[in-house]
Design a binder for this molecule. Structure first.
Ligand code: NOJ
Length: 574
């Protein structure tokens, strides 16, 4: 039975296992490595883990092409090993959620193999077959239709050719999805992150898309399709039999359509990953780069914060396995420590459940490879070969360096030793050469490291009702360099100030804070450490006069978190 909103207090850590930690010494990350690192994850201060797909897969899309929904990829271990991880995670107080990828399977899934055999086959209608393709493009590889000789028809694949779309209009397919959910829930997992879930219902007749919208021309006919909420309601029923948490991935979703999944009579998800804030330096995809705009980022943040307030709950993230590293995008590799830690404060204190992606907590950065053959991600290769603006190879590689998903998939940098401590053997993919400088071991020993700042942010959020449930308000939305937001509950207010520039800045103060005194709880420059320690001992007596810091300067990429107690007449009280 659903006990509802336990997930609101939580924060999550996302694991993309292949690059997390190699426990059995074959150069590939696995569940043995995860098992050994669970204490590290717990110490970060999160309460749950989201596993990107760990099922058998031919890896055309690194696990998002599943060939068996009820087993573990042999590269990662066995079902028994997974159960051990699950048990240990639970004993440490960590929830575990799995990736549920049901828009498509692998073309090596037995259902597809059967479906190819002909129209009389019991699996014939598991996929979307046509005699004649429409004009849709795939998001990953050329056209969205591939001819299958054996069947003598075309099948739809919104993603790679090896990822045929399931036909969710077939009730048997929906029963399969429910069976998969039950299989993992019965084992004890706590929920699902549901891959491209807003794509699972396609418009009847599959009409042609607009010819002038490359790659996304079919999207109006497969995003938020006609039966989506019926199908989602069926899956929700299964989730409700358990205490199952559901998080949907919603590519290109607007906040209005997200609300339909998150609230009201069609509520079928607890949270949704939106993408608006991932486009502050690009148009639709990171491959179409533009200079970073803080105003755009803030607009996206606040749009979701205001629209969901009181109605639904946000999923907060800055990184995952689909995006390049955030320091390389919205921060500064030169001001690595400062911008990496500031970025943590820029999102963890918003209203919602924060997600931290592996390596983000030490500020891993984009990798720069020298030719396209070195990259392994299917969409990276497709972008390189298809969507170039200029024919110039250097320009195309530069775009790949800025945009590739492979940057978030390099092995996690654990130590300054061989293979960054990820594996004894040569890792399956390139280690970012900066591992000698950027690694967990070094940051463990440095109280002012990005890692330790993440720990402080997550601890502060977890101990504050205001930071979990308080209302959100943004100040100075047009300011091109500072992101300032407030969280408020009853008479307590937190003010979070983040500088997004390498230039020192004079701090602006919201009118209502002028003359008020607040406590500086957290700061990403060295003195912040002391402040935080004192906060937890509840010994911090000293209050900061805001008028005093009005004349103060914000240092490059500085982040500060203040706490105030407002009363009606006096404004501030101890
Ligand atoms: C979204 C996943 O996050 C991404 O990695 C994958 O390539 C696509 N969905 C297709 O499954």
């Amino acid at each position: 039975m659903r006990t509802n909103d336990w997930f609101k207090k939580m924060s999550f850590y996302q694991i993309w296992v292949r690059s997390f930690a190699d426990g059995n010494g074959d150069g590939i990350g696995d569940l043995y490595g995860v098992y050994d690192k669970l204490d590290y994850i717990r110490k970060l201060g999160v309460d749950g883990i989201w596993f990107s797909p760990i099922y058998p897969s031919p890896n055309a899309d690194y696990g998002y092409d599943i060939s068996d929904y009820r087993d573990i990829h042999p590269d990662f271990g066995t079902l028994d090993q997974f159960k051990k991880v699950l048990e240990k995670a639970h004993s440490l107080g960590l929830k575990v959620i799995m990736d549920l990828v049901v828009n498509h399977t692998s073309d090596e899934h037995p259902w597809f193999i059967e479906s190819c055999k002909g129209k009389d086959n019991p699996y014939s209608d598991y996929y979307i077959w046509r005699d004649r393709p429409n004009n849709w493009d795939s998001l990953f590889e050329g056209k969205a239709w591939e001819y299958n000789e054996q069947r003598g028809q075309y099948y739809l694949h919104i993603f790679a050719k090896k990822q045929p779309d399931l036909n969710m209009d077939n009730p048997r397919v929906r029963e399969e999805v429910k069976g998969i959910m039950r299989f993992w829930l019965d084992m004890g997992v706590d929920g699902f992150r549901e891959d491209v879930i807003n794509f699972i219902s396609k418009k009847e007749g599959l009409p042609d898309g607009l010819p002038f919208l490359p790659a996304v021309n079919g999207m109006p006919y497969y995003k938020d399709g006609p039966h989506i909420h019926e199908y989602m309601a069926e899956f929700r029923k299964v989730a409700e039999e358990y205490d199952c948490f559901q998080l949907g991935e919603g590519p290109m979703t607007t906040v209005q359509s997200a609300l339909k999944y998150l609230s009201g009579p069609t509520k079928s998800l607890d949270m949704m990953f939106g993408f608006d804030h991932m486009m502050a330096d690009c148009v639709y995809t990171e491959y179409i780069h533009r200079p970073f705009s803080l105003v755009k980022l803030k607009k996206a943040f606040s749009k979701w914060q205001y629209a969901l307030a009181g109605k639904a709950w946000n999923a907060l993230y800055l990184e995952n396995h689909d995006h390049p590293r955030v320091i390389s995008r919205y921060g500064s590799e030169r001001f690595h420590r400062e911008s990496g830690s500031m970025l943590a404060a820029s999102y963890i204190f918003q209203c919602g459940t924060p997600f931290v992606y592996q390596g983000q907590e030490i500020g891993m950065t984009n990798i720069r490879l020298w030719n396209i053959e070195q990259y392994v991600d299917v969409s990276t290769k497709n972008n390189f070969h298809t969507y170039h603006v200029k024919d110039d190879i250097k320009d195309r590689l530069k775009r790949i360096h800025l945009s590739s998903r492979d940057s978030s998939r390099t092995p996690v940098q654990w130590t300054a030793g061989k293979n960054a401590g990820f594996s004894k053997l040569k890792p399956w993919f390139y280690v970012n050469p900066n591992y000698r400088r950027i690694n967990v071991e070094a940051q463990e020993h440095d109280p002012d490291s990005i890692l330790n700042f993440y720990r402080k942010c997550l601890a502060l959020r977890r101990h504050s009702e205001t930071l979990i449930y308080g209302t959100y308000r943004e100040y100075f939305p047009k300011d091109p360099n500072i992101y300032m937001y407030e969280r408020r509950l009853k008479d307590i207010r937190y003010l979070i100030v983040c500088s997004f520039t390498r230039l020192p800045l004079r701090l602006r103060i919201p009118k209502e804070y002028a003359g008020k005194k607040g406590k500086l709880l957290l700061c990403n420059y060295p003195e912040g450490r002391q402040l935080m320690a004192e906060h937890f001992k509840e010994r911090l007596k000293q209050e900061v006069d805001l008028l005093a810091w009005e004349h103060g300067m914000l240092r490059p990429y500085e982040a500060r978190v203040y706490r105030f107690r407002f009363t009606k007449d006096k404004g501030v009280q101890k």
